[in-house]
Structures are given as C-alpha cells and as structure tokens.
Design a protein around this ligand. Structure first.
Ligand code: MG
Length: 306
C-alpha cells in the first residue's frame, strides 16, 4: 500500500465537537482549547460556526472566540458558514477559510438544514462566490456519505455527483463525512473508488466517526487511496446525536498515535495533544473518548512485559 509521507489533520473539536456535546462551554474554555491545540502543532482548526445563533446557541459566541484566540503563524482558523449573512460575519472575524455543508441523503438534508440537496447547493452558491471574490478558500462537507440514519446505505455515485458539483462551484476541498459511523473498510473503499473517478485525491478529505470502532481502519483505506487530509476531534469531542452514548468524531490523539507509529508526519506533538484532550474532558466533566488519551503514551514497562 502506497501511503503519504505527511497527513494534514483538520481539528474539528472546537466546532463540530462542542456543538454536539450537551454541556455549554464558556468562551474562556473555548479560547484556551483552541490556543492549546495550535500550540500542540495542529495547523488547521475549525473554530466555530456563523450559523443563526438562535438555532445553534452553543456557537452564538463565534465572534468573541475569534477575537480572543491567539493567531499563530501558519495555522488556518476556519469556520462554518451557512449563508451570506454568515459569510459577512466570518469576514469581519478574519477567518482563514470557510466551510459549507450539505448531505448525500435527501432526508438527512431536510431534517438537518430544512432543504433539499439541490436547494442546499443553490443556497450556498452565493456564499462560495462571495468567498472566492476575496480569495477566501472554501471547504465543503458532505455528510452521510456511507449511510443515513433515515435512508440507510447511500450509493457511492450520489456522493461522487455531489463532489463534482461542489468542486465545480469552487470548493477547494470536499470533506467526506461518515456522520453516523457506519462505514467499514469495504464500503469506504467502494465509496472512495467512485469519488476518485471524479476528483483528484488532493481535493478530498475524510471525516470519519468512530461510532462502531471503524474509523482508524477507514482512515487507513483513505490514506492508501492517496487522500492525506483527515478530520478529527481532540478527546473524540462530539457524541453521536443519532446513537445515545455512542462515540462521534474519531479522536485526534488516536489518529496521531497511529500515524506516528507508521512514520507519517503530522506536525503534532502527541504528548501535548493528550494534555489538551484531558483539559477539555475535565472542563466538560466527561470521560475522555480517546483511547490513546485514556491510556497515555506507552510506558517502558508495557514494551517489556508480556
Ligand atoms: Mg463530525
């Protein structure tokens, strides 16, 4: 298997993660989390979302968070933007990249953003155009790429067509999300084979959830397919809203541990990252959902005892 030498990790904990945690988090804690992630070496951090604050009150403090974080050189601080109002807010907060989102399932799209897939594309077309006018890179998320909680399995061809539409619209990168964590290396390989017939691997990222323990295996399939951008969430922040008590985003610590062990560079200091995961888990009063975070780095005794 041909694997990349370097992987870019997109840390989605502060936005995707915290948005799906039940507990409210203070601006202070969010700012500390983001600054600690950047100091641990994460070069792409999804900070917040400029969605309607009445719809997602957890992220109503987006402006304040952006105003207070320490901007480290070389770090891309991004935000989700659903419409042109959100784009204007994002621009005044000096975001480095925006993300738009749709789904590969009509039912999920309706329930999540109250419109059809086609309407979602029409809705954020002016957002993408507005961002491109000011040279702001745009990332596009497709959720439910491997399956939908309402519709079941999703045809890889649907995801490929949507990827084509998003890239043609002007997205720099499409992030393929297994939102409910149903994919396995078999179905993910079939999905990527289909998407890679329409898009170069350099334009794709994977966003896997570890709900059923498949995320690292699925990431390995993606790396073997030439994809080198992986979304993950420190401490596995962000439970799965469709399966109570289940894990959501794959934990950044677990991804970095695997990549370190394979000699694939991420630029992330794993020991520092584990501390960040423990910090936010304590702040939320929840268990750390990262296996590596819980176990810590291997101690010498573990290498010698059998
Ligand atoms: Mg996610």
């Amino acid at each position: 298997m041909q694997l990349p030498d370097k992987v870019k990790i997109v840390e989605v904990g502060p936005r995707d993660g915290l948005q799906n945690e039940s507990q409210a988090v203070s601006v202070d804690t969010k700012v500390q989390l983001i600054d600690q992630l950047a100091r641990a070496g994460l070069q792409a951090i999804e900070v917040s979302s400029f969605v309607n604050p009445t719809r997602v009150p957890q992220l109503a403090d987006a402006e304040e968070v952006f105003a207070r974080i320490e901007r480290r050189a070389g770090v891309c601080y991004s935000a989700l933007v659903p419409n042109v109002t959100g784009l204007a807010r994002a621009l005044s907060s000096r975001v480095d990249e925006i993300a738009v989102f749709t789904a590969a399932s009509e039912t999920f799209c309706q329930r999540n953003i109250q419109c059809s897939i086609a309407e979602s594309l029409a809705r954020f077309e002016p957002v993408v155009r507005g961002a491109r006018d000011v040279n702001l890179p745009v990332r596009a998320y497709i959720s439910c790429v491997a399956g939908c909680p309402y519709e079941g399995p999703i045809e890889p061809g649907v995801v490929a067509d949507l990827t084509t539409a998003l890239l043609e619209m002007g997205a720099r990168e499409v992030s393929l999300g297994d939102t409910i964590g149903v994919g396995t290396p078999g179905s993910i390989q079939a999905l990527l084979d289909a998407v890679l017939t329409v898009a170069d691997a350099s334009r794709l990222a994977v966003h896997f959830h570890d709900t059923r323990g498949q995320a690292l295996a699925n990431i390995l399939i993606a790396l073997g397919s030439g994809i080198s951008v992986v979304d993950s969430s420190v401490a596995g922040l962000g439970g799965c809203p469709y399966a109570k008590g289940a894990t959501g985003n794959v934990a950044t610590e677990d991804v970095v541990y695997m990549l370190d062990g394979m000699g694939i560079q991420t630029g992330v200091d794993l020991a520092a990252l584990i501390e960040v995961g423990n910090f936010i888990s304590n702040a939320l009063g929840r268990d750390n959902a990262s296996r590596v975070g819980r176990a810590g780095l291997p101690r010498r005794a573990e290498w010698t005892e059998h």
